[in-house]
Design a protein around this ligand. Structure first.
Ligand SMILES: NC(=O)c1ccc[n+]([C@@H]2O[C@H](COP(=O)([O-])OP(=O)(O)OC[C@H]3O[C@@H](n4cnc5c(N)ncnc54)[C@H](OP(=O)(O)O)[C@@H]3O)[C@@H](O)[C@H]2O)c1
Length: 332
């Protein structure tokens, strides 16, 4: 477990009833540093203790082992990974518990989490592709955190063409993820920022055999296709061979829907903003259900991010029609 030493600052933070009341204060920064450290350690479980252990975060923000279990923020168990220490309470605990599943070690395969920010009427952008300010600043900061916890942030060619995004973690502390762009037909020109800015590595995925040079500074990954575009299992295998196993699928709707329809998402996060666009680019799009009993209704946790509501769906256990748990968690 990670423990924060000299935790007067934390005690002060826990007096706040809602995490969003102390956004940006050092207390939240401590929680975030704790999570970054946990994620980093989990990438190399060989360096972790093979018995239950407790960690603390020093005043310099460095994790170190401690014998003081009372003050522990996080526990490490070799067979279970990370869990919250009893010392974490209130909004700090909510915050750490929310991101902790993304900091766990991977014993095999990939962990794939997707996110979409959409309007109340289900659109992720206007009809001509304007997706700025669909969701608010808190949700955008959350996106940057998700990028920082992943090995790669994945977007479709439509998102790069519309937004020319940077896909960096500039709003939070933490490493940049490798930027992965799905452009099977090589339709994107070389001038987009992910190909030219050099801020983080970019991997461009193209259909095998399509040819052509990689744009700008990007590296090329050739992926087999099937009737539904990329063979996504092959894609995940190719990314894993590049060391990219913790994947954050950031959009857009077509890209997320293809992962979802093929049962390849562990989590799907949909942030619903209090805005009605009236029409536009669709978020999730799946084959229609004839009856509500066929609808996908995974278990969900619900968080508030500023004015937006984030539904965090757990898809790892398959299509289970479990009712969502009662209650609302305020997060950021
Ligand atoms: N609000 C949000 O959360 C959010 C997030 C991201 C983007 N956006 C907005 O969403 C819009 C773009 O979304 P979109 O749904 O139109 O496009 P998109 O998902 O960004 O890109 C779709 C394209 O990427 C390629 N692609 C993706 N998955 C593939 C697969 N499995 N196999 C083969 N090719 C694959 C295909 O390119 P080809 O067509 O070349 O085959 C596909 O048409 C933009 O307006 C952007 O601003 C919103």
């Amino acid at each position: 477990m990670l423990v924060v030493q000299g935790n007067q600052a934390l005690d002060k933070a826990l007096k706040y009833e809602q995490m969003d009341q102390h956004r940006g204060r050092p207390e939240l920064d401590d929680c975030w540093r704790l999570l970054l450290a946990a994620a980093k350690l989990a990438r190399d479980p060989a360096q972790m203790p093979n018995t239950d252990a407790a960690f603390m975060l020093t005043a310099e923000g460095q994790p170190r082992l401690t014998d003081s279990r009372e003050q522990a923020w996080l526990h490490w168990q070799p067979d279970m990974g990370w869990s919250c220490g009893a010392h974490l309470r209130g909004p700090a605990r909510e915050f750490v518990e929310f991101y902790l599943p993304l900091c766990q070690p991977l014993t095999s395969g990939c962990r794939v989490v997707a996110h979409l920010g959409q309007s109340l009427d289900g659109y992720i952008a206007t009809h001509n592709g304007d997706a700025h300010h669909v969701t608010g600043a808190d949700n955008i900061r959350h996106l940057h955190r998700m990028r920082a916890l992943g090995d790669a942030v994945v977007v479709g060619a439509g998102t790069v063409a519309s937004d020319d995004p940077k896909l960096t973690t500039r709003l939070v502390a933490g490493p940049h993820a490798v930027r992965v762009v799905l452009d099977p037909q090589a339709r994107l020109g070389a001038g987009y920022r992910v190909f030219t800015d050099g801020v983080a590595p970019t991997l461009l995925c193209r259909q095998a055999g399509i040819g052509g040079a990689a744009p700008g500074q990007a590296r090329l990954l050739e992926v087999a296709v099937n009737g539904a575009g990329f063979n996504l299992v092959s894609l995940l295998g190719g990314l894993a061979r590049c060391g990219l196993r913790r994947l954050f699928i950031e959009g857009g709707g077509v890209t997320v829907s293809r992962f979802l329809s093929q049962g390849l998402l562990d989590r799907l996060q949909i942030a619903v903003a209090p805005v009605i666009i009236g029409g536009g680019r669709t978020g999730v799009s799946l084959p229609p259900s004839d009856a509500m009993t066929q609808a996908l209704r995974p278990s969900a946790r619900i968080y508030r991010m500023g004015a937006d509501m984030l539904y965090d769906f757990d898809l790892a256990n398959g299509r289970q029609a479990t009712p969502p748990p009662a209650g609302l968690r305020r997060l950021i």
